[in-house]
Ligand binder design. Structure first.
Ligand code: SF4
Length: 272
């Protein structure tokens, strides 16, 4: 491995992940996100710095070899330290057509660290995916696209006012970056969160399908139904949960949306 001085803050590493791209993967969760989606079930990922939270046991996804204390969220890793963890499962990537997925939070918030990790993976012939909201400068998305094999890319709301209201940021850069990575020929798995009364309107679903129908490199569409799994974290951290009593979407309606996207002739899955 090269000597690398970059380091990043990671809040989770999930081994044997099967929903974050092709094959068996290790998913590395980078801390920090500039968005504040109402339905986010990882609010502990939002701040880019490591945090101490009383009585927190969110390290469960971490491999037990990491010495995180129970009340810490986020730990600094050098590129080399992270690569040592990633390489432990290389045989599984090779046998399953898998690799490593960099997720978050928003991995583009730590671009230098991310790019160095992507380069190291490439040196080791490990397939990479970047799971992103797409919210970054053009310069960063172009540099990252140069070094990754694939993107998992969220499309949430096509109406910019709604996007600002429900995520805290405009969708203009996100849509521009999306077009950019398609133009440079990167494979894209699109992830659409299906959140009742926010993203699931016919108008939004039609607008998303229209937008992606021109893609050259669409690999798959994933519909991600809202679930209430993150609710306890909002209580634990004393954060406002704006979703109140919102329930998971109706399965019949999900099937209708799936059918609608299937007309694009790409694979459509409910779930990641
Ligand atoms: S982009 Fe993802 S991590 Fe960031 S706030 Fe939205 S759901 Fe949460």
């Amino acid at each position: 491995m090269s000597e690398n001085t970059q380091s990043g803050i990671i809040f989770n590493i999930l081994r044997f992940a099967i929903f974050d791209g092709p094959g068996i993967r290790t998913t590395v969760f980078l801390k920090g996100c500039p968005l504040r989606c109402w339905w986010c079930h990882n609010p502990e990922s939002h701040k880019i710095i490591p945090e101490k939270v009383e009585g927190c046991n969110l390290r469960r996804g971490f491999d037990q070899t990491f010495s995180m204390k129970n009340d810490e969220i986020g730990k600094e890793f050098s590129v080399d330290e992270l690569m040592m963890e990633i390489l432990k499962d290389k045989i599984f990537y090779e046998e399953s057509g898998g690799g490593v997925t960099f997720s978050g939070g928003e991995p583009l918030m730590q671009p230098d660290f991310l790019i160095e990790c992507l380069k190291e993976c490439k040196n080791q012939n490990i397939h990479t995916v970047v799971d992103t909201s797409g919210y970054s400068s053009l310069d960063i998305i172009q540099k990252v696209a140069e070094h990754t094999d694939m993107f998992l890319y969220d499309l949430k709301l096509m109406n910019d006012e709604d996007h600002q209201k429900f995520t805290g940021v405009s969708n203009q850069d996100i849509l521009r970056n999306f077009t950019e990575i398609d133009q440079v020929g990167k494979k894209i798995i699109i992830r659409i969160p299906i959140v009742p009364e926010i993203t699931d309107s016919r108008e939004n679903i039609f607008a998303i399908r229209g937008f992606i129908s021109y893609l050259n490199n669409l690999f798959e569409v994933n519909l991600l139904p809202y679930h209430r799994a993150g609710e306890g974290k909002y209580i634990k951290y004393g954060l406002e949960n704006k979703m109140n009593s919102t329930q998971s979407p109706d399965s019949e309606y999900l099937d209708t949306i799936k059918q609608f996207f299937s007309e694009l002739k790409s694979r459509v899955k409910i779930g990641g």
